[in-house]
Design a protein around this ligand. Sequence first.
Ligand SMILES: Cc1cc2nc3c(=O)[nH]c(=O)nc-3n(C[C@H](O)[C@H](O)[C@H](O)COP(=O)(O)OP(=O)(O)OC[C@H]3O[C@@H](n4cnc5c(N)ncnc54)[C@H](O)[C@@H]3O)c2cc1C
Length: 193
Amino acid sequence: MRSVTDRAVYSKVVVCAGRETARLARSVGLSLPVRLAAHVRLTFDVKAAAPARVACLQDSSGVFGEIGVYATPLPGNSSYSVGLSDTVGVRDDGTFIDPAAIRSLDERAREYVTRALPGLHPEPRDFLHCWVTDLPWSEDGVAVWEAGSVLFVAGHNLFKQAPALGRALARAATGGGLRAELTPEARLGEAQS
Ligand SMILES: Cc1cc2nc3c(=O)[nH]c(=O)nc-3n(C[C@H](O)[C@H](O)[C@H](O)COP(=O)(O)OP(=O)(O)OC[C@H]3O[C@@H](n4cnc5c(N)ncnc54)[C@H](O)[C@@H]3O)c2cc1C
C-alpha cells in the first residue's frame, strides 16, 4: 500500500473508501457495479422554542406534493434536517451529469417545508451534500469483492449494517474467511419475492 508519504506491506487490506472504493478496485483489475449518485439534505430551524420530543418523519403520502421525504431532528431539537429520497446522477469520476439538477432537489425540499412543516423557518440554514453508492440489486445492498489479499466493501445504507459488517470484515481480515452472504453472488439486501 502506498499513501502520499508512506509505503507499507500488510497481510490483508480492507478498503472501505465510499465513492473512492470502485476507483481503487480498478487498480487491481476489479470492476465494481457501483452506481454513484448525489444527495442533499437541508437544515431548517424550528420557529418556536425547541420541543422536548420530536418525531422523525418519512412521508410517502404525496399529500404535500412529494412521495419520498425523510426528515429528522438534529440533537437539541431546535433544527430539523429534511431531504428528498431522490438523488441526481454522477459520473464515475464524480462530475455531475446535470449540474442544475441538485438545485431542483433543494427547491423541492424547501417548497415541501413551506407546505408541510409550518413550524420550521422556510429558509434553510445549512446544506449537507453526500454521495450515494448503490449496488444494482438494492438500495440497501452490500457486498465485498476480493482480489488476492485485498477486500473491497461497497454498497449503500451501510450504517444500519455496520455492527455485523464490522465483525465480518474483522474476521475476514484475520484469516477467518469472508462470510458467504457477503460475496457479490449472494446479492445481500436483494428483495426476496
Ligand atoms: C443524508 C444521508 C442519510 C443517510 N442515512 C442513512 C441511515 O439512516 N442509515 C444508513 O444505514 N445509511 C444511511 N446513509 C448511507 C450511509 O451514509 C452510507 O451507506 C455509508 O456512509 C457508506 O459508508 P462507506 O464506509 O462505504 O463510505 P463513507 O462513509 O463515504 O466513508 C468513506 C471514507 O473513506 C475515506 N477515503 C476515501 N478515499 C480514501 C483513500 N484513498 N484513503 C483513505 N481514506 C479514504 C473518506 O474520506 C471517508 O472517510 C445515509 C446517507 C446520506 C447521504
